[in-house]
Design a protein around this ligand. Sequence first.
Ligand SMILES: C[S@@+](CC[C@H](N)C(=O)[O-])C[C@H]1O[C@@H](n2cnc3c(N)ncnc32)[C@H](O)[C@@H]1O
Length: 165
Amino acid sequence: MADLQEAENWVYNVLCSEKSLDKQIELYNEIADTYDKMCVDTLYYFPEALSRELETFNLRRDSKILDVGAGTGRLGQLLHLLQYTNIDALDGSEKMLQHSRNLPNVYKNFTQALVVADNELPIPENTYDVALMCGSGGPAHIDVTAYKQLIRVVKPGGQVYINQI
Ligand SMILES: C[S@@+](CC[C@H](N)C(=O)[O-])C[C@H]1O[C@@H](n2cnc3c(N)ncnc32)[C@H](O)[C@@H]1O
């Protein structure tokens, strides 16, 4: 295992440092193949925490779920194990999303798009029961001002769940 302190420094000083979203997506494209190892090295547990908490929502297993900033699909894999059957993946990085595309039976549909304040997502309004943001909000990631784009695609009475880095 790589030195934990060194790996954490990289997350705070490089991954979460101020930069344009284009630069950030470029960075995710570069690290897509090593992202899962980085999660292990930094003891990143957000998908585990979110999937456990989701169980307290008592959702139907066929609830239509959008995994926002799905990345390599770590959350989707856990939800699949928990027998959620109707999950779509969205991410701004095609290289990260490619890993999710390669997971058998986890996700149904894939959208490559940026979640930003002034651009409507290419998804009809009121589509999802739940939108989940797992580690995809925060500095140089999805900004609070863009949350309205997620609210638009969630059905009235649905839920948006956010845990941010
Ligand atoms: C820290 S990773 C989290 C990936 C996955 N949810 C997980 O927990 O392992 C953040 C992901 O959000 C995506 N992302 C960041 N900002 C984004 C934005 N504004 N729009 C779309 N995707 C974004 C990145 O491409 C990356 O795949």
